[in-house]
Write a protein that binds this ligand. Structure first.
Ligand code: ZN
Length: 278
């Protein structure tokens, strides 16, 4: 594991509120209509639906985590993406974490995935053995980025990975998709023709073996907090180059002191009732 990913994971663990265990202990969703409440990093879900663990073009993995729950829009999205992958003639994709049965903070692994807007899709496009769900805890990882993080690993990156990302970004409900910045750079340099979809592909750290899809708030969830708008353009610009600068180069770009960090907003009050509901 590369140091930056370790650091990000450590931060995620440190940031996990003490209440995270309670949310992980809620093994079933609340009954009633599905509603997303709050934001991806401070939210919860009422009436979550489960993703069927197998479907055309996809296989859910690491089922012991019990994170196959989400809003029906997200469940439907994963099914549609699987069907599209199948139609392209690609092997099935592995689907990682969606959310917990009632969403909320997680005791390990993520700061987001709390309000049913997020889904992790693995990049692994190798043909896959037809494993029973219990055998999908330890799965083959395809790390697409070189250890120095300056670019993709040409021995592993394939045009099909770009095809997969273009397909995943092509659904209207997708707000954005997070990938490692080296993957974004590769797309910026190689995608020909229609490049409009690149705007939704956002550079981040980690995300070398999976990408993280974030959907827009569904119409039935007025208490879902929308994400800030993405800047215009394909994002193949200075905002991408920033990721490749060292600390000194970044300091030169930011001569003014940074504003104080804003504490993470608390969970919306409505989430307390969702956690306590029978
Ligand atoms: Zn994720």
């Amino acid at each position: 594991m590369r140091p930056s990913l370790l650091a990000a994971l450590a931060l995620a663990f440190l940031a996990a509120p003490a209440a995270a265990k309670e949310w992980g202990d809620a093994k079933r969703p609340t009954p009633g209509p599905a509603r997303l409440i709050g934001g991806p990093a401070n939210g919860c879900i009422a009436g979550a639906a489960a993703l069927p663990v197998d479907g055309p073009g996809y296989r859910a993995v690491r089922l012991s985590r019990n994170r196959i729950w989400s809003h029906p829009q997200t469940v439907a999205y994963v099914k549609k993406l699987g069907a599209a992958v199948d139609a392209l003639g690609l092997p099935p994709i592995y689907v990682g974490d969606l959310s917990q049965p009632r969403g909320g903070p997680m005791s390990f692994g993520h700061a987001s995935h709390q309000n049913g807007s997020d889904a992790d899709i693995w990049f692994n496009l190798d043909p896959k053995p037809d494993l029973p769900p219990a055998a999908r805890e330890e799965i083959a990882i395809t790390d697409l980025v070189r250890p120095d993080e300056r670019g993709i690993d040409p021995a592993r990156w394939r045009p099909a990975h770009a095809q997969l990302l273009r397909t995943a970004a092509g659904f209207a409900e997708v707000d954005r998709i997070f990938v490692h910045f080296a993957i974004k750079k590769e797309l910026c340099g190689s995608v020909a023709g229609d490049r409009a979809w690149l705007r939704k592909i956002r550079p981040w750290r980690g995300h070398t073996e999976h990408f993280h899809v974030r959907l827009a708030c569904p119409a039935d969830s007025p208490d879902c907090t929308p994400q800030p708008a993405i800047a215009a353009g394909d994002g193949c610009d200075a905002s991408l180059n920033w990721w490749f600068l060292d600390a000194e180069e970044r300091r030169k770009l930011e001569p003014k002191p940074r504003p104080p960090a804003v504490p993470r907003p608390k969970l919306p009050a409505a989430c307390a009732a969702i956690l306590k509901a029978p």
